[in-house]
Design a protein around this ligand. Structure first.
Ligand code: DMJ
Length: 506
């Protein structure tokens, strides 16, 4: 396990192996292999979901039947609890890592995310709208002040374009929408302008992976499609707020360039060379990384901006998923990985990062399918109380046994709850919250886990900044019914930034 050290850049995002790694390489097999799918009910009992364990399949595949277990406290009590836990991590961050990108809660240290030795206060930017919806206004003011006084992006270092857009541009935009502070908007515009050349100076319109903010040098010619396509929401809002369409146009051109390279089966591979326009691999991994949010933002482009191309592309790819990727295996719904030109099976690995996709399917009108995929992950969560990074879905054995405090399962629960208002999304997300408290909580915050199959679980030393933006926000929005968010029209980015629906209340 990679151990981050203070001052070292830390990569929070784990991607599938880059092209060149054979899909069938040897994997470690853990607890899941031994338990097998028939061990699920046993897993449910062991990990605190007795109300689901008796009828594991029925309860998780028919959410309405699961009911609201007596043990679930009243919503305001849960919301207060979630807010308290967010504050617990925020206090740890303020004490040990204030102004740095990331908190290392076990060692009481810090690390940077983008460029070693050059903090940009990433956790503050990621937390702003979460603090706002939780009505932690003194903390919002503190964070906003820090950003205005200290954020200086004139740094001689390579910034990761995709991560910078979803985390920093999105975070500053959400901060502006929460506070109305025009300085935050100006910083969001400056941030967008710094990464825009990655798109406009690319011969294909698909963005390079890195921009040096001091020299403007571009590098990284072969990004995965999620990095090419996940920007239309942030760039679209930038265009709306500035009245300058250049951001939206850049994002749309990048999207179109990928879609045009689809196979005759309407499938995409995962990595593209942005200079030659050639694919660098041949596997469709949707909705796993590194494809994941490429498809999420197609729906988003339609939902946020009414872009019909995005809607048509979303529908085209969803039809292909149903034909070639989605399968029922051992009674659960999964996405297999296939060769994008032949449709032939490549792998039955599934990443935890794919767990969000049930909510996208439901948004797109495939409600039963979306719920079914969510309940696939509820079954996995019942077996491993906090989810491992990647499993082999033929037997639920972990392929990557760490837990990086990922938000995707809670993301799906939140969005499905907003759309369907079924109690099962409260009971399952509450159960997951309790498990996070049991396994991820430490005296100075929450932390990642190196191996979820050991007892006690072996903890790592990192609170990923996306958890300030996502996990606690989704939980809070489910249980708080906060007046600061419009549940009818609201829309969140892939990084949990509220890009529409924030309400200004005192
Ligand atoms: C977040 O940074 C975003 O949700 C991204 O799109 C993929 N997942 C990570 C957190 O796991």
């Amino acid at each position: 396990m990679h151990k981050p050290r203070a001052g070292q850049p830390v990569n929070e995002r784990i991607r599938q192996p880059a092209p060149g790694l054979p899909p069938g390489m040897p994997r470690r097999r853990f607890l899941g292999r031994a338990l097998g799918v028939s061990g699920l009910a046993c897993g449910l009992m062991a990990f605190g979901l007795p109300e689901l364990a008796g009828t594991a399949s029925a309860a998780t595949r028919s959410p309405a039947a699961a009911g609201r277990p007596g043990g679930l406290p009243p919503d305001p009590v849960v919301a207060r609890d979630v807010r308290g836990e967010l504050l617990h991590v925020w206090d740890g961050y303020k004490k040990f890592a204030w102004g740095h990108d990331l908190l290392l809660p076990l060692s009481g240290g810090y690390a940077e995310f983008f460029v070693s030795g050059h903090p940009i206060g990433l956790s503050i930017i990621e937390a702003l709208d979460t603090l706002y919806v939780m009505e932690l206004d003194d903390e919002v003011a503190l964070g906003t002040r820090w950003i205005k006084q200290n954020l200086d992006l004139d740094i001689d270092g390579n910034f990761h374009v995709f991560e910078f857009i979803i985390r920093v541009v999105g975070g500053l935009l959400a901060g502006y929408l929460a506070t109305g502070d025009k300085d935050l908007l100006a910083l969001a515009v400056e941030s967008g302008d710094r990464v825009l050349p990655a798109f406009t100076q690319s011969p294909t319109g698909m963005p390079y992976q890195y921009v040096n903010f001091r020299t403007g040098a571009l590098s990284g010619t072969t990004p995965p499609i999620a990095e090419i396509g996940t920007n239309i929401l942030e760039f679209g809002v930038l265009s709306q707020l500035t009245g300058d369409g250049k951001y939206y146009t850049a994002a749309k051109n990048a999207y179109r360039a990928v879609v045009e390279r689809r196979s005759p089966l309407d499938l995409l591979a995962s990595y593209l060379n942005v200079e030659t326009g050639q694919w660098a691999d041949s596997t469709d991994q949707a909705p796993n990384p590194p494809d994941d949010s490429f498809y999420e933002y197609l729906w988003g482009g339609w939902a946020m901006f009414g872009d019909r191309d995005c809607l048509n592309w979303y529908r085209m790819f969803t039809a292909a998923f149903k034909k070639y990727l989605i399968e029922t295996y051992n009674g659960l719904t999964w996405f297999k990985q296939v060769n994008f030109e032949t449709g032939e099976l490549v792998s039955r690995d599934q990443s935890e990062l794919a767990a969000f996709y049930g909510e996208v399917l439901a948004h797109g009108g495939d409600v039963a399918l979306g719920e079914s995929y969510y309940h696939t992950w509820a079954e996995v969560a019942a077996q491993y109380p906090v989810l491992p990074e990647e499993i082999d879905y033929t037997d639920l054995a972990p392929i990557s046994a760490g837990n990086r405090l990922r938000p995707e399962y809670l993301n799906a629960a939140f969005d499905l709850w907003v759309q369907l208002r079924k109690d099962v999304y409260k009971t399952t997300s509450y159960a997951y919250f309790q498990n996070m408290k049991t396994y991820n909580r430490v005296p100075n915050g929450y932390t990642i886990i190196d191996d979820v199959t050991t007892r006690p679980m072996k903890q790592g030393d990192l609170f990923p900044a996306y958890s300030f933006a996502e996990n606690f926000k989704y939980l809070y929005l489910i249980f708080s019914d906060t007046p600061r968010y419009d549940y009818r029209t609201g829309y969140l980015s892939t990084e949990g930034k509220i890009l529409r629906g924030l309400r200004r209340t005192g």
